[in-house]
Design a protein around this ligand. Structure first.
Ligand code: NCD
Length: 312
């Protein structure tokens, strides 16, 4: 049995966590909700400093980490854009991380390169939390996604989750699909053939005894879905923009598409969306993506409390 003592631990890949450990985070996150909403106050992380180091654009991930830290009485420093730091002068990731490590108690890193968070973990003495490493992983997003499914559906196990969009470059999907398999959800992957789920993840899922369905069309899968997880085609990861143009706009969830869905379907999206979900869908009871984004705050509060040692 793996420990639920996370103090000092790096959060790099969802594979670093057992189901029991993730459930522990989700349970603690539930207790954080009133603090995340500002209804209750906490000084659990008073005097602690979080470094937020973002080499790629972010709205939700960085600001929800900052909100989480502030709500627990802690403070943040860092940058949301490498151009304003010495990265622009050519400083290496190793040196940047070594410096920030000495100014704070934990580091949240988003980087363009797969493996960057693991590397940063070697140079930092303090815990490093991966907030997205290129087309690699996004473990904290997965935890908030699981939190959302559990909140809306009462359990994760047994739900049919249809994941649609850019499954090749989409890091949120890489972490989420493996975690969903671990929790016993049924999976269908819908993507254009050249953007399907990478073999590495498929193999890991199959090794857990699952046989996910693979498709390039949404029509049939959507009718049987309990959860529809929509993702953006990751334009910035395409080596050739012409290749992106060929697949841009392949899937769009609009009102006619929702005609025959289960009445209790939930639609999720890690956001930002760039046309995959029509705005009319926002007013339907299926739409849960804004709640999902809020859930990032209590989940990240729980994680920060655990790695900084305020929570057990
Ligand atoms: C995602 C990301 O950065 O991987 N955003 C997020 O963290 N919520 C999804 C995306 O950019 O499409």
């Amino acid at each position: 049995m793996m420990s639920t003592d996370f103090k000092g631990m790096d959060v790099v890949s969802i594979r670093d966590f057992s189901r029991e450990q993730i459930e522990h985070v989700l349970r603690l996150a539930e207790k954080m909700v009133p603090i995340a909403k500002g209804e209750e106050r906490s000084v659990m992380l008073e005097g602690r400093i979080l470094g937020t180091v973002f080499y790629e654009p972010s709205t939700r991930t960085r600001l929800s980490f900052e909100s989480a830290m502030s709500r627990l009485g802690g403070k943040c420093l860092g940058f949301g854009e490498p151009k304003v730091s010495s990265v622009a002068k050519g400083e290496t990731l190793a040196d940047t991380i070594r410096m920030i490590d000495s100014y704070c108690d934990a580091i949240v890193l988003r980087h363009t390169q797969e493996g960057a968070a693991r590397l940063a973990g070697h140079f930092a003495r303090k815990p490093v939390i991966n907030a997205g490493d290129g087309a690699g992983q996004h473990p904290t997003q997965t935890m908030l996604d699981l939190f959302t499914i559990r909140k809306e559906k009462k359990k994760i196990e047994g739900n049919h989750v249809v994941i649609v969009g850019d499954l090749k470059y989409g890091r949120t999907v890489h972490s989420l699909s493996e975690a969903l398999a671990m929790f016993g959800a049924e999976l269908t992957f819908v993507a254009p053939p050249n953007l399907q789920i990478p073999k590495e993840h498929l193999k890991a899922i199959e090794a857990m005894g699952h046989k996910p369905k693979i498709s390039s069309t949404l029509g049939e899968a959507i009718k049987d879905a309990d959860v529809l997880y929509v993702t953006r085609i990751q334009k910035e990861r395409f080596p050739d923009l012409a290749e992106y143009q060929k697949v841009a706009g392949t899937y769009r969830i609009d009102m006619p598409m929702l005609k025959d869905v289960k009445p209790d379907l939930i639609i999720m999206h890690p956001l930002p969306r760039v046309g995959e979900i029509a705005p009319e869908v926002d007013a339907t009871p299926y739409a849960k993506y804004f709640e999902q984004a809020f859930n990032g705050v209590p989940v990240r509060m729980a994680l920060l409390g655990l790695v900084l040692g305020g929570l057990k």
